[in-house]
Design a protein around this ligand. Structure first.
Ligand code: HEC
Length: 150
């Protein structure tokens, strides 16, 4: 066999083998759904829920390694950082900070994560959506400057 073919065959074997490593893709129960006006929720649902809720729509490439690993990592980290399905379980001051943080992240263009956008064109945060999120965030209780995260 030519050397190049051997390498290709090796790569193929690896690609098949890594599929055997299981990745749990779960949607745990919703325990404390965020209470926000319907138009706010609609934007969050459309653009953020895949990583920040227990209602993730796992896409087809979430079934194929190594894409599945990357997705699993993002959803796990996203949920751990802020979970709209368990929002009510956060202490009130944290909810207040997160409410500002949501707008901060969208205003700066940091969220949704950059690679998510081209894969989910329908999740685009439009100017109208931004206005909705900003108004909601501004209407929340004031939080100390620089404390919009955590
Ligand atoms: C593709 C997955 C994904 C999507 C979609 C997504 N996020 Fe995130 N988000 C993450 C991950 C992972 C983190 C934690 C790591 C980080 O900060 O980059 C995070 C962190 C955050 C944080 C905390 C930042 C901090 O520094 O404390 C906020 C707030 C946030 N996201 C808001 C949003 C909002 C609002 C949307 C929708 C407009 C959104 N995210 C969409 C994955 C995502």
């Amino acid at each position: 066999m030519k050397k190049r073919n051997k390498i290709l065959l090796g790569l193929l074997a690896v690609a098949v083998f890594i599929q055997l490593i299981p990745v749990p893709k779960t949607n745990p129960p919703v325990t404390g759904e965020i209470a926000a006006p319907p138009e706010v929720k609609a934007v969050l649902r459309k653009s953020c829920y895949d990583c920040h809720s227990n209602e993730t729509a796992w896409p087809w490439y979430s079934r194929i390694a190594p894409g599945s690993w990357l997705l699993y990592r993002d959803v796990t980290q996203g949920r751990r950082t802020m979970n709209f399905s368990a929002w009510q379980q956060m202490p009130q001051d944290r909810q207040n900070r997160r409410r500002k943080g949501v707008w901060d992240e969208v205003a700066s263009g940091d969220m949704p994560l950059w690679f998510y956008k081209p894969l989910h064109p329908a999740s685009k945060v439009t100017d109208e959506d931004k206005a909705i999120l900003k108004a909601w965030s501004d209407a929340g209780p004031a939080v100390p400057k620089g404390k919009t995260g955590g």
